[in-house]
Design a protein around this ligand. Structure first.
Ligand SMILES: Cc1cc2nc3c(=O)[nH]c(=O)nc-3n(C[C@H](O)[C@H](O)[C@H](O)COP(=O)(O)OP(=O)(O)OC[C@H]3O[C@@H](n4cnc5c(N)ncnc54)[C@H](O)[C@@H]3O)c2cc1C
Length: 507
């Protein structure tokens, strides 16, 4: 059972000391009380699909994905709210809201398995976040179990409680030091907290380090009736610098990039440097088609490839190329693993072309193939490193790639995580992006909520022995677990089977 919880998505394998499957709020409170008394670390966990190692650790895994007392789901169409227990997935919320013409607008690709607790904890986002923001904007309230075992409900507009407050000096620092990127899931959102004065903004994106989320009140939004879109290919990455802002001026609901590094893996994909998939949602079909026409006309001079879709079915065909990306990565030979080590950087829009070019150059220098794709409209791309593990030197090459891309992000005014969080993977580089004073404020936040440091220690605030590429699930150093469990975990990764209850893997 412990082995079945030793891996999440992402690169790590850490065998926990124990696994807890709390059945309800009281059970969870008792567990937190015992952990506090014994100083045992607790690792809150949903589906385990998080990429940054926040869902694994050496303490006790607290799996809330199984349902139990955390599977409530009710929709209030009048107030446009859904109340969801921590285990409820984005897809389940949307299935329940659709009959009322409503939806949860941010659409993580992991909607089928990402839990409400996990999405709030990472401030998850998706292709549509370019228009609708990350989940932060859609959280009305959370129910939490705090580190002292107290159960609280924290609402939007309720103020900052008495847990943590900012001085005028700290506010000035935050205004100066926080990178100005379209999205971020990098450390405690002190900038949002300073702006709203809401404690809720500290809890969203706190990656299980401040409290355990047991339920979420989600705000819902009407589903726009019409949609159209286009696939736009560019011969040169430099064109992105003007194309993306132009597309944003047309109010798209998605602007997704597939870079050549990824297109090469997909059969029959267009032969271009980068492909933008653009979607427009509108109140009328004519308006949606009109926006597609404006996009294609406005970029005529720079496009090497264009294909349009005037309705939902056409759009789905057009986006098929994107869906083929995951199976293509899963089909790679077993020695060529897809490792998420530099996978979530987000930069100011004007720097996107330079970021993608810089990642490619660094990957070439280190001889590590990469696949780059993601949310161009937010200046945010995912990078999967695809090292060949059968040869020597791959670990050193990955370490250098990690360091170079970190330097690049700092230079471009970016953040290391646009939507996946800091986790263990990036805890030790956070200070480079924010400086020591903001890092000290992060430590103050952690102390205020979790003075005994029992909630996910080593996540966001780095452990003393932090090493981003230690405890890998691949290579000779990988922790020993039973072969059958290792094979099942590998299959979960290959098929994105994160919805499978982990106790089943151990049976
Ligand atoms: C194929 C694939 C596609 C993905 N696509 C996207 C995408 O489009 N957008 C995106 O944002 N992410 C994406 N992800 C990453 C992942 O799905 C999200 O980070 C998701 O929000 C994690 O949810 P989870 O339930 O799996 O949480 P877990 O992985 O179990 O946990 C993630 C973090 O949240 C904390 N946590 C979990 N539950 C709780 C809780 N109840 N209380 C407090 N803390 C908690 C954990 O401690 C950990 O730090 C993708 C992952 C995969 C494998």
């Amino acid at each position: 059972m412990r082995a079945a919880y030793a891996e999440g998505a992402g690169i790590y394998r850490i065998v926990p000391q124990a696994v807890a499957l709390p059945t309800d709020l009281e059970d969870l409170r008792a567990l937190v009380g015992r952990a506090a008394a014994a100083r045992t670390p607790l690792i809150p966990r949903g589906a385990g699909s998080g990429m940054t190692g926040g869902n694994v650790g050496a303490g006790t895994i607290v799996d809330l994905s199984g349902g139990g007392g955390f599977k409530e789901l009710t929709v209030d169409p009048q107030r446009r709210l859904a109340r969801a227990g921590a285990s409820v997935t984005a897809q389940a919320i949307n299935d329940a809201a659709r009959p009322y013409g409503l939806r949860l607008p941010p659409d993580p690709s992991s909607s089928g398995f990402a839990t409400s607790g996990g999405m709030v904890a990472t401030n998850a986002a998706g292709p549509r976040s370019v228009r609708y923001g990350s989940v932060r904007r859609w959280v009305e309230a959370v129910e939490i179990v705090a580190a002292d075992g107290e159960v609280r409900i924290v609402r939007r507009g309720m103020g900052n409680g008495d847990q943590f407050s900012l001085t005028a000096d700290s506010r000035r620092l935050i205004a100066q030091r926080f990178p100005k990127t379209p999205k971020s899931s990098s450390g405690y959102a002190l900038d949002r907290f300073a702006a709203s004065g809401d404690e809720l903004d500290l809890l969203i994106g706190s990656e299980g380090t401040l409290a355990i989320v047991t339920a979420v009140d989600w705000r819902l939004d009407p589903i726009p009736p019409h949609v159209a879109g286009a696939a736009l290919g560019f011969a040169d990455l430099a064109a992105l610098g003007e194309a993306v802002p132009f597309l944003l001026s047309l109010d798209p609901s998605a602007v997704e990039l597939l870079d050549r590094t990824l297109l090469q893996l997909i059969p029959d994909a267009p032969d271009v440097a980068g492909l933008l998939l653009v979607e427009f949602e509108r109140e009328t079909a004519a308006a949606a088609r009109g926006a597609v026409g404006d996009a294609a006309r406005g970029l005529k001079e720079t496009l090497a490839f264009v294909e349009t879709a005037i309705d939902r079915a056409g759009l789905e065909r057009l986006w098929e190329v994107r869906r083929l990306a995951s199976p293509a990565l899963a089909r790679l030979p077993e020695t060529r693993r897809s490792l998420q080590i530099i996978e979530d950087g987000c930069v100011p829009l004007a720097a996107l072309g330079a970021y993608v070019a810089g990642v490619r150059a660094s990957a070439d220098r280190q001889g590590v193939p990469v696949a780059i794709f993601g949310h161009a409209g937010d200046g945010h791309v995912h990078v999967n490193a695809l090292p060949d593990l059968s040869g020597p030197g791959w670990l050193g090459a990955l370490q250098r790639l990690y360091a170079e891309v970190c330097d690049l992000l700092v230079r471009l005014g970016g953040v290391p995580a646009g939507e996946h969080g800091i986790g263990r993977l990036r805890a030790g580089i956070l200070e480079r992006f924010y400086g020591p004073e903001i890092m000290a404020l992060f430590v103050d936040v952690k102390r205020a909520y979790d003075p005994l440091s029992i909630l996910n220690p080593g996540v966001i605030i780095p452990a003393a022995d932090w090493a981003p590429l230690a405890h890998l699930k691949v290579g000779e150093g990988a922790a020993a677990i039973p072969d059958d469990i290792a094979a099942r975990l590998r299959e979960v990764e290959r098929t994105a089977g994160w919805a499978i209850p982990k106790p089943e893997l151990a049976r």
